[in-house]
Design a protein around this ligand. Structure first.
Ligand SMILES: [Zn+2]
Length: 725
């Protein structure tokens, strides 16, 4: 449910996008790029001009791996040239010739990077990997060339200072304030020597992030659990065993291979009856990036954390988190930490209670051992069956993927917002697993394209996420082209994809991000759709999860894939009831990951970290989250969100957004639930607004009050806990 990751921002989106985060300056390397790019880039390159396909969809039938690098280099050169022209404009700075001009610049680099980020995240290969490695520092330098350009910042500042006298409309005023803040956070006010130092740090950070991502991808692939003994897989379903056999075949090895998800716990641990196999799979997962050798990530993350602390110091902040949260809804690390600390006692107490229930089952079965983390899901599934009598194998036949998509995810959006979906088989895709739909508004107006790519592949990053191939902007005349990616187990050829209810929820989640992009209705690309702070971006997605179990929606999609019979009411009630199950564990593993993130990113610039493992243990001890049976959802060494995906000092945002989504859903419940009137109001006041207004104010205007933590505590079963001072 909280396993997504995504990029953000439009004009500055490269800054936060899948593989780099950086700022620095000196135009020298950039000019060099400009000279080297002309060769090899011309009209035959599919990125040369905007796509002529509907919605400017990427022409994947024409794009070859070799097309990316020349397009990226030409795009960087174009962006730098356009930015130079804005900065050097002899005319007095105006909103139009500075801010609007910046919004219009960089069409080529945006066009190619949006596609490149998409395919490198979900369809990576060695050629693309090489381009990514080569271009990361150049893209970082491009960001620097913009943010640390003194002349450009002077123009930005001039407009910022007199913004109130310019009679700008609200969105334009917001653009001025937002852009100015981004410049300042990026170091625009530093002196030249410090800018040079910052540039070096940003380059190193971008390179380290890229190295982390590629090592982790390789480590996760290598660490897959392999066995030649079929009895080790006892307990897995026929479909899971077939998938493991297929994975072995794909890798050209004998036997079975269980590939790893990016989380610590693995889905197969729920059903493997062989305890030694459970332990082996779990240890493969938790040690994946700490095995020494070429794919060990520990040195990288120590250096990244130090570097980020030093960078924050240079920029005038006590630590990286303080710098990073400046433009977020929470605003300070203290606010985020206070919010999390208050939940720790209840979460861990509940987890320990759940652990006792599990130990009781082990003892009743004369297991003769103490609960270990690799046993947790296996026995908790038995507790679930005993307490809730719910067997996932009974529910999967009611969750056939395509049916869930059409009659659940799309249906809920239709009922709430009046939109319709039409399959488009004429739009080219980057992999045969990808499906494309056109999204049409209630009045027949085309709204967006939506791609979905749901099945796990070895060359795909773990987890699930949403992003865009084209962002919406009235200024640019573009409509959104959105995609959702997940890692569901692919069924054998000809078999239906029967997914778990947690997968169903993930589909609603990612489509919630999708709606935030689809309904975007902004003038400026920088403020459009999902270009919002991290601690707001998960609000629309987590909010959309609520509809997965809303009776009128659930009953519409939860039908047996063979007979079409609705799920028996008794079974449906059990799913609903089981949603409260294991919440202590789930919240604890999430808090542990979020606290790890904050501890790594609140260390001072002079802190010395000798060993990543010791740092992790100390961080979890300090935050009262070191539980032998509840490891963090991600250990530091494979925490992709914070080392590679722009969520550094931002993982708390999932919980912060949960406060918002539960509070928002409470409003719907208080106002008649799923109705077009409620949906249209939410679309109008929240989903279409992007970052065009201060988000705390945006929320309060819609809600009629500040967000309350009470609905979240109720949903999590923590209502009785007194707040910790
Ligand atoms: Zn998400």
């Amino acid at each position: 449910m909280h396993k997504t990751q995504m990029g953000r921002t439009r004009f500055f989106r490269l800054l936060f996008s899948t593989f780099l985060i950086a700022i620095a300056i000196t135009l020298a390397p950039i000019k060099m790029n400009a000279q080297t790019t002309d060769a090899g880039f011309g009209p035959s390159n599919p990125f040369y001009a905007p796509s002529t396909l509907p919605f400017q969809a990427p022409p994947f039938d024409k794009i070859k791996d070799a097309d990316y690098q020349p397009a990226i280099e030409a795009g960087i050169a174009q962006k730098v040239k356009e930015t130079r022209a804005i900065a050097d404009n002899p005319a007095e700075p105006t909103f139009e010739n500075t801010f609007v001009a910046m919004e219009k610049s960089g069409r080529l680099i945006d066009r190619v990077m949006e596609v490149f980020n998409g395919v490198t995240g979900s369809n990576m290969n060695p050629a693309l990997q090489k381009v990514q490695d080569d271009e990361a520092p150049k893209l970082a330098a491009m960001q620097d060339a913009i943010y640390l350009d003194g002349k450009l910042f002077q123009r930005v500042s001039r407009i910022y200072e007199k913004r109130m006298s310019l009679h700008l409309d609200a969105e334009s005023l917001r653009l001025v304030e937002y852009t100015y803040q981004q410049f300042v956070l990026a170091g625009a006010r530093l002196n030249d020597a410090d800018k040079t130092a910052l540039k070096k740090m940003n380059e190193e950070e971008a390179n380290l992030s890229t190295a982390f991502i590629s090592r982790l991808l390789a480590a996760t692939k290598d660490a897959a659990y392999a066995t030649k003994d079929k009895s080790a897989l006892a307990g897995l379903s026929d479909a899971e065993i077939a998938a493991a056999a297929q994975s072995a075949k794909d890798r050209k090895v004998d036997g079975w291979v269980v590939t790893l998800q990016n989380t610590t716990q693995q889905p197969e641990l729920q059903s493997l009856t062989n305890r030694a196999a459970r332990q082996a799979l779990f240890e493969d997962s938790i040690n994946r990036a700490e095995r020494g050798g070429a794919n060990d990530t520990r040195e990288i993350i120590i250096r990244l954390a130090q570097l980020r602390a030093q960078k924050a110091k240079l920029l005038g902040y006590p630590n990286y988190a303080a710098w990073k949260l400046e433009d977020q809804m929470a605003h300070t690390p203290e606010a985020a930490l206070k919010f999390m600390d208050a939940m720790v006692p209840a979460a861990t107490a509940n987890a320990q209670g759940e652990g006792k229930d599990i130990q009781a089952i082990i003892d009743a079965q004369h297991g003769g051992f103490t609960l270990e983390p690799w046993d947790w899901n296996f026995y908790s599934e038995q507790v679930r069956k005993a307490k809730f009598d719910l067997d996932e194998a009974q529910t999967r036949p009611y969750f056939e993927l395509n049916n869930v998509l059409h009659n659940g995810v799309f249906y809920a959006a239709h009922e709430l917002y009046g939109i319709n979906f039409k399959r488009r088989t004429d739009i080219p895709v980057y992999n045969p697993d990808v499906q494309v739909y056109e999204v049409i508004d209630g009045n027949g107006r085309p709204l967006a394209l939506f791609y979905c790519d749901y099945f796990k592949r070895d060359n795909k990053n773990g987890g699930a996420w949403m992003d865009e191939f084209v962002g919406q902007s009235r200024l640019l005349g573009t409509l959104p082209v959105i995609y959702n990616v997940a890692n569901f187990t692919k069924p054998a050829a000809g078999e239906p994809a029967l997914i778990s209810f947690s997968d169903v929820t993930a589909m609603f989640h990612e489509f919630g991000h999708g709606l935030h992009g689809i309904f975007a209705n902004s003038m400026y690309p920088s403020l459009s759709g999902t270009a919002v702070p991290r601690d707001f971006v998960e609000f629309p997605s987590q909010f959309n999860e609520h509809w997965a179990s809303y009776p009128a929606v659930f009953n519409h999609y939860a039908k047996h894939y063979k007979t079409g019979a609705p799920m028996p009411a008794e079974l449906a009630a059990k799913i609903k009831k089981a949603e409260t199950f294991n919440q202590g564990y789930l919240l604890t593993e999430l808090l542990a990951a979020a606290e790890l993130d904050m501890q790594w990113h609140t260390m001072g610039a002079d802190a010395v970290v000798a060993d990543a493992g010791s740092f992790e243990t100390a961080a979890l001890t300090k935050t009262h989250l070191l539980l032998s049976t509840v490891p963090p959802r991600y250990r530091s060494s494979y925490f992709l969100h914070i080392w590679g995906n722009g969520y550094a000092a931002g993982y708390y945002a999932y919980l912060w957004c949960e406060m918002l989504d539960d509070d928002a859903y409470q409003w719907f419940e208080d106002h008649g639930g799923l109705t077009r009137a409620n949906g249209d109001r939410f679309r109008q006041m929240i989903l279409s607004r992007g970052n065009t207004e201060d988000l705390a104010r945006l929320y309060k205007t819609w809600r009629g009050a500040e967000p309350s933590i009470n609905p979240m505590l109720k949903v999590r079963g923590l209502a009785a806990v007194k707040p910790v001072k």
